[in-house]
Ligand binder design. Structure first.
Ligand SMILES: [Zn+2]
Length: 168
């Protein structure tokens, strides 16, 4: 079992607390996964969310994602650990962990943020629904009278820290 952290870096203009919007439904994370046995990467993005549970073969519990490698047929699984972390305006330009995955026999190698994010005005209470499919997002905060944007999104994966102890 390995913990893999997803870190993102972005430029936030006049917004803060960028995070998947899970108010009504669990956010679907999209990753390409590399098999730990044969090193092949999934051709397509696979989805994983924090509420879905799938049985691991041989009654070894369950995981948010259970998949069988198309190449070597080995089963691998991953689960989301804790809750996603908000990316703040103070984080702008820095890589910060936003998610941790507990991985067995696979690891994420690519990430697409897609749709379903939210953030709030840095100096207002305005809530924004944010679509990151195009890799950037622009709007206008009426309350604050300011342009708002999320741009220059990058991501990377880091081995092993996970959420702080006690965080669930
Ligand atoms: Zn494989």
């Amino acid at each position: 079992m390995t913990i893999i952290d997803l870190q993102i870096k972005a430029e936030l203009l006049n917004v803060t607390a960028l995070v998947p919007d899970e108010e009504e439904t669990a956010y679907n994370w999209h990753f390409k996964m590399r098999c730990g046995s044969c090193n092949e990467t999934t051709a397509n993005f696979v989805t994983i969310n924090s509420v879905e549970g799938n049985q691991i073969s041989g009654s070894r519990g369950d995981a948010n994602l259970v998949m069988r490698c198309k190449f070597c047929k080995r089963e691998a699984s991953a689960s989301i650990v804790g809750k996603p972390v908000e990316y703040t305006d103070a984080d702008s330009g820095k890589f910060v962990r936003i998610l941790s995955l507990e991985c067995r026999g696979l690891e994420p190698v690519e990430f697409e943020p897609r749709d379903g994010w939210t953030a709030r005005g840095a100096d207002s209470k305005t809530r924004f629904a944010i679509d990151l499919t195009e890799g950037e997002w622009y709007d206008y905060d009426e309350e604050a009278g300011l342009e708002v944007s999320v741009t220059e999104i990058e991501h990377r994966f880091e081995r092993g820290r996970g959420p702080a102890k006690g965080a669930k």
